[in-house]
Design a protein around this ligand. Structure first.
Ligand code: PLP
Length: 459
């Protein structure tokens, strides 16, 4: 059955559309956007967001397979979280971090309870990059060592230190080479840096490589290895069996801290509360943001192990933020986590991954010659587009965009699907509670839209 282009939803009022047009004009006159050449921008206006859908400036309803920035894990406008924010605003809208606040205390308790091992104390930040900044600072102070190791094809945030820790092309324009970071190759079986032919070889060789990097950089200079437990923005690379456990062992062997960056996958995205839970790995520090409260109010943080915490029992921690543990953000976190538990959203993410996303995306790989690889876990999948399956030539260059990928994204939107596009990939990351029929509807649109990419693929 051919899907027709999506038309404006008659329930969206003319007033709402007029307000959207005015917002667009003001945006183009005054808003400076992230990661973009400002002149070429034509951003999509969103006039309404509910559950797994958003409505664009023409009133067209779109299925949100991006969860915005992979953060609306519980979907848009969850009533329990909206009420919690409203109630907290009426009670105490803001308070200095030095004072005790019930929303912050309960949010910290929940994070401590859900995170693995003895990550029992939480330092709250406003978002993910700040969490990375503070985790690295804690690791340096704890070990007395200056450097961190991070993976190529990683993303750790847009602030000065976090962007220098980042291992993707987003770093290049801000790379000062002075942040005390060395990078290593992580596993990526589809384009193995180690010429591996099996996942077992990839794990073994990637760990051997990491150990060599540790030795060559000098273990006594290394404060931490920071690793996304499932690297996200740079390509959604699920580590092959044994890799994460191996990294944990190596970091213990050399007295280096292990920072798990769970900003994107924490709070259920991969079908477990945290990515590291898939491998039973207990990091020394764990960074989180996004899913902790579905991004309804900015919030991030670092969960801290007993050993690192002990460094700061008598010695002051030299860092802080005016809004650390902001009550509105923490009340949203408490309500989000409770809603996720009450509605079994993490188990649902695992189920939709196994029952819907994995089989249907693999089917798409079978029927579309432009799809070179699909990979993922839970509600977190990458579809990698190539011009030629034999040479694996990507449909867009590393660190760049292409007309072909732009055309694919436009085709998805035309039929009512909002995708997340990065380089030569589509990232499929719907809210964890997206109804099955909506997932199928979105995948049907993707199936039809991929014909546009197939035109540019050999075979
Ligand atoms: N770390 C990871 C793994 C991320 O995916 C991101 C953002 O996408 C960040 C850190 C930075 O988070 P934020 O944009 O909230 O500062």
């Amino acid at each position: 059955m051919t899907i027709q282009p999506v038309s404006p939803d008659p329930s969206i009022s003319q007033d709402l559309l007029a307000a959207g047009r005015q917002a667009y004009d003001l945006d183009r006159s005054h808003v400076f956007h992230s990661w973009s050449a400002q002149g070429a921008l034509d951003p999509m206006t969103i006039v309404k967001a509910e559950g797994s859908h958003v409505w664009d400036g023409q009133g067209r309803r779109m299925i949100d397979f991006s969860s915005q920035m992979i953060n609306t894990n519980i979907g848009h406008s969850h009533p329990a979280v909206v009420s919690a924010i409203q109630e907290q605003a009426a009670k105490i809208a803001t308070i200095a971090p030095a004072h005790v606040n019930d929303a912050r205390s309960e949010a910290a308790r929940l994070v401590a309870e859900l995170t693995p091992g003895d990550l029992d104390h939480v330092f709250f930040t406003n978002a993910g990059a700040e969490a990375v900044e503070h985790a690295v600072r804690m690791a340096r102070l704890h070990t007395g060592r200056p450097k961190v190791l991070s993976a190529y094809r990683s993303y750790h945030g847009g602030t000065d230190l976090a962007i220098n820790v980042t291992g993707s092309a987003r770093r290049f324009a801000s790379d000062r080479g002075a942040a005390g970071v060395a990078h290593f190759f992580p596993p990526y079986p589809y384009r193995s840096a180690f010429h591996a032919e099996t996942p077992e070889q990839e794990t073994e060789r990637a760990l051997d490589h990491l150990e060599q990097v540790i030795q060559l950089e000098g273990p006594g200079t290394l404060a931490a290895v920071i690793l996304e437990s499932v690297p996200g923005t740079a390509g959604i690379f699920v580590p092959p069996a044994g890799y994460m456990e191996g990294v944990r062992e190596l970091t213990r062997k050399y007295g280096i801290l292990f920072i798990a960056d769970e900003v994107m996958v924490g709070f259920g995205r991969t079908g477990r509360w945290f990515g590291v839970d898939h491998w039973g790995v207990e990091p020394d520090l764990l960074t989180f943001a996004k899913g902790v409260n579905s991004g309804y109010v900015p919030l991030g943080g670092v969960a801290i192990s007993g050993e690192v915490y002990a460094t700061f029992t008598d010695r002051a921690y030299p860092g802080g933020l005016t809004y650390s543990g902001h009550p509105l953000a923490c009340a949203a976190a408490v309500a989000t986590i409770n809603a996720m538990q009450d509605e079994s959203m993490v188990a649902n993410a695992a189920r939709i991954g196994t029952e819907i996303l994995a089989p249907r995306l693999r089917e798409l790989m079978g029927s579309h010659r432009s799809v070179g690889d699909v990979r993922g876990l839970g509600a977190f999948w990458a579809v990698e587009l190539v011009k030629d399956r034999t040479t694996k030539e990507p449909m867009a260059p590393y660190g760049g965009a292409s007309g072909e990928m732009g055309a694919l994204a436009a085709e998805c939107k035309k039929f009512g699907l909002l995708p997340f596009v990065s380089e030569n990939r589509l990232h499929i990351a719907p809210p964890l509670n997206t109804p099955d029929e909506v997932l199928h509807e979105g995948l049907d649109i993707l199936d039809q839209a991929l014909a546009v990419a197939d035109e540019h693929a050999a075979g």
